[in-house]
Structures are given as C-alpha cells and as structure tokens.
Design a protein. Structure first.
Ligand code: MG
Length: 159
C-alpha cells in the first residue's frame, strides 16, 4: 500500500537570524524567523509525512505555543515524525522538494540539502530530489522577504 503526502511552509527572512534549510546551515546575512529554527524545508517535509498517513499537521504535533519547541532544531520534528511512521509500518519511498528563494542562490547547496534529507529520512540520495526556484522578483518571496518550500512524499506500508 502506498500513500502520498504534500507539505508547504513559508518563513519570513530577516537579519540577525541563522539560515537553516533542510538541516543545512547556509552562510547568508539573513535567516528565517520562527518559533523553532524556522527550517521551512524540514517543516514542509514533516508536514508531507504527517499528511501521507493522516496524522494532521506539524502545528498539531509541535505547537508554536509550546516553549519546548522554542529555537528547536527542526531535525527533531522530522526524526520523531519518521519514527512514528516507521513504528506504524511505513517507510519513505521518495521525496521531491521545491524551495522558493530569491536569495541566496541555492544551486551550490542543493546537493548538500539532498544528502542531509536522505540521511534524515533513511533513504538513498537518489530517492530525494531538491529543486530551487526564485520568486521572479515579485511577491513576498521575490522581494526576498520570505523563503517557501513545497514537498511531496511517497510512503509505502511494509505489510
Ligand atoms: Mg514552519
């Protein structure tokens, strides 16, 4: 049995914050603002995993009103969610991730994000695809005010 899930996330970009995407720290004068480390890629992938198996969304699982998640490393959300899926007999088949960022240019770090996601998800690197799009200089992403991410995940049940 297969299930598909999709996830989407956007965080505001501002100076004085670290930029972490897909678990990779990227050197840039601006970073993403959020209750946790604001890793929009890991949030979108986590939401896609939750969505695939009907477990709601990341806000249900890790509410931003909970002080435990303040400044949290979003790898925790992904790893704990994956453990829930694995315990229920699900494994990840593949994921396709699109990151929307006017800046910085993500071409040089796409491979690193891919490898990091593959390791976190326990799948081979060729089961992860990372695409980068700009915002064509329009809208909140195009003006460099935010970074967004869309993720699709396919999971398979062992039984
Ligand atoms: Mg988020």
């Amino acid at each position: 049995m297969f299930r598909v899930g999709s996830g989407h996330d956007t965080h505001r970009l501002a100076e004085g914050h670290p930029l972490v995407l897909g678990g990779v720290r990227i050197d840039h004068p601006k970073g993403l603002v959020g209750h946790s480390d604001a890793d929009a890629v890991l949030h979108a992938v986590t939401d896609a995993l939750l969505g695939a198996v009907g477990l709601g969304d990341i806000g249900d699982a890790y509410p931003d009103t909970d002080p435990r998640w303040q400044g949290a490393d979003s790898r925790l959300f992904l790893q704990e969610t994956l453990a829930r899926l694995n315990q229920a007999g699900w494994r990840v088949v593949n994921t396709d991730v699109t990151v929307f960022a006017q800046e910085p240019k993500l071409g040089p770090v796409k491979g690193c994000i891919r490898d990091t996601l593959a390791e976190l998800l326990g799948v081979p690197a060729d089961a992860v695809n990372v695409k980068a799009k700009t915002g064509e200089r329009v809208g909140h992403i195009g003006r460099g005010e935010a970074i967004g991410c869309h993720a699709v995940v396919l999971v398979e049940h062992a039984g």
